[in-house]
Design a protein around this ligand. Structure first.
Ligand SMILES: NC(=O)C1=CN([C@@H]2O[C@H](COP(=O)(O)OP(=O)(O)OC[C@H]3O[C@@H](n4cnc5c(N)ncnc54)[C@H](O)[C@@H]3O)[C@@H](O)[C@H]2O)C=CC1
Ligand SMILES: O=C(O)[C@@H]1CCC=N1
Length: 253
């Protein structure tokens, strides 16, 4: 079994490791032994654990899972040259990663929160000679798309990386709307979850505009609700959300 080494032991590292634990030997490197033990317990398989200081990354395949503002501090702690670093960091460029880490190759990836349930939508870009291996690794947590540039990855960060938070806002707001009209909270939550479950399947094969046309009867309930969403400028707000997230990703570089 090949080994994958995680630098960082937070939410993203654990979610990705959950997807890989049956096909790779997992090694995790962090700052605090107690937290590394917690990580191993949560993962549920024997895990190599090491502290960061003077950790030798020579020849290793690494998944970097710290925060973007930790790069400079974290990268100084290692010795040796990694084979490849797969970074999940929002915004941090290939150039910045190369300037800080001694590594043969760099691939930037952008998973999302659904990694924890093996349904991440992960985008990737970087050293093209690692495209197949990156696809194999990250397919363990859901579908992947290889993109041709870092600009595209930063845009995709706004779409799929941050997307769960935007959809959470919509789902909470729709549920609140139903409660406001008199539905019980528990019923509204159950109904909203059913809505998203079915919609998640439909949207795989049907264009959004056709899906909308299929629901909207002339003079019916959907047309009334849809008109209210357009009046609230929801479409424009969604486009602005992607623009703001993309801009922020470039600032994190
Ligand atoms: N949460 C999400 O939905 C997504 C997060 N990401 C990226 O994943 C990365 C990690 O995010 P999470 O796992 O959510 O965060 P987290 O807070 O759960 O984990 C961060 C890890 O970095 C370590 N760390 C923090 N400060 C450190 C320091 N000064 N020196 C050494 N280690 C330090 C922490 O101990 C922890 O292991 C971020 O760069 C983020 O951009 C990417 C896609 C989605
Ligand atoms: O908000 C963030 O910066 C990270 C990247 C994508 C999701 N969470």
């Amino acid at each position: 079994m090949k080994t994958i080494t995680f630098i960082g032991n937070g939410n993203m590292a654990l979610s990705i490791a959950q997807g890989l634990k049956n096909t790779y030997k997992i090694e995790v490197v962090g700052r605090d032994l107690t937290k590394l033990e917690k990580f191993e317990k949560a993962l549920g398989v024997p895990t190599e654990k090491a502290l960061m200081d003077d950790f030798n990354i020579e020849g290793k395949q690494i998944i970097l899972c710290v925060k973007p503002y930790n790069i400079e501090e974290v990268s100084k702690k290692f010795i040796g040259k990694a084979e490849v670093i797969y970074s999940v960091l929002a915004g941090s460029t290939v150039e910045k990663l190369r300037n800080n880490f001694n590594t043969g190759a760099v691939v930037r990836t952008m998973p999302n929160l659904a990694a924890s349930v093996h349904h991440s939508m992960t985008t990737m870009t970087g050293d093209a000679s690692y495209k197949d291996q990156a696809t194999e690794i990250f397919s363990a947590i859901g579908p992947t798309v290889w993109l041709g540039s870092e600009k595209e990855l930063d845009i995709a960060t706004g779409l799929a990386g941050s997307g769960p938070a935007y959809l959470a806002l919509i789902s909470e707001a729709l549920t609140d709307g139903a409660v406001k009209q008199g539905l019980k909270r528990d019923d509204a939550m159950e109904i909203m979850r059913g809505l998203f479950g079915g919609f998640g399947k439909l949207i795989q094969d049907i264009h959004p505009a056709l899906l909308k046309d299929g629901v909207m009867s002339p003079g019916g309930t959907t047309a009334a609700g849809y008109g209210a969403l357009e009046k609230g400028n929801v479409r424009n707000a969604c486009m602005d959300a992607i623009e703001s997230a993309y801009k922020r990703a470039t600032e994190l570089s």
